[in-house]
Design a protein around this ligand. Sequence first.
Ligand code: PGA
Length: 236
Amino acid sequence: MNHLIIANWKMHLTLEESIRFCTSLTGKNYNNHLIISPPAPYLAYLANSFPSISFCAQNISHIENTGPYTGEYSGFILKSCNINYALIGHSERRNLFGESNEVIRQKAQNCLNAGISPIICIGEPLNVRENGNYKDFILKQLVESVPHTPVPIIIAYEPIWSIGTGLIPSESQLIEVCEIVGSFLRESQVANNMRLVYGGSVNLDNIKNIVNLKNISGVLIGSASLKYEVLIQMLT
Ligand code: PGA
C-alpha cells in the first residue's frame, strides 16, 4: 500500500483509547503512509511514543509568532512536538468557525514556515454541486487558500455533501476534480510536488476503487478511521 491513509479522529476518543489504538498499530513499518490526526492535546505524547506512525494536527493558528494569544498554537510549537502535518481548512472549520480562504492560506503558510506539510482541504457544498458552479467554487478555493510558493503540499478534496453522508462522487466526478486541481497547479506553478487525496465517506467497500484512480494519492478518513479493525484492513 503506497497511498497516504490519513485518519481524522476529529473530537473523538480519550487519550487512553488513543494510546490503545496506536499500540495495536505498532510492530509494522508504515513508511510514512499512515498519518493519524488525533485531538490536539494528545499530539506530543503520541508522536513521541509511536515513532512508526506520523501524526497530524487538525488545526494551527493563523498567527505565526509566539506571543499573548491564549488558546492558540503555532506551527513552531507543533514542530517542537515532532508533528510534521496539519489539516488546514477542513469544511468543519470553514463552516463552524468561520475560516475564510485568506485565513486558511495564512495557516498553510505558517505550516510551511515551520517545516510542517499542510493538508489543505477544499470541496463544494451540495447546492453548488447541483447548480453546476462547482468548478468555479473549487478554483476560487485553490486560488485563495493555497500559498503562492512552489513547495510540496497535499490537497484534500472533500466535497461537503460527501462528509459523513455515505455519498461519494462518481469516478468521472473525481477525475474531473483531479484535472481542475492539476491544471490550476500547473498554470500557477505554486506547487511542484503536489499530492491530491480524497475524503468523504471513505470505507472498506470503496477505498480500493478510490485509491486506484490515477492522480489520487490517498484518502482522508473520518468515522471509518475510529475503529482499529477497520483501519488496519484499510492499511493492507
Ligand atoms: P467521513 O469524514 O469519512 O466521516 O465522511 C471525512 C472528513 O471529514 O475528513
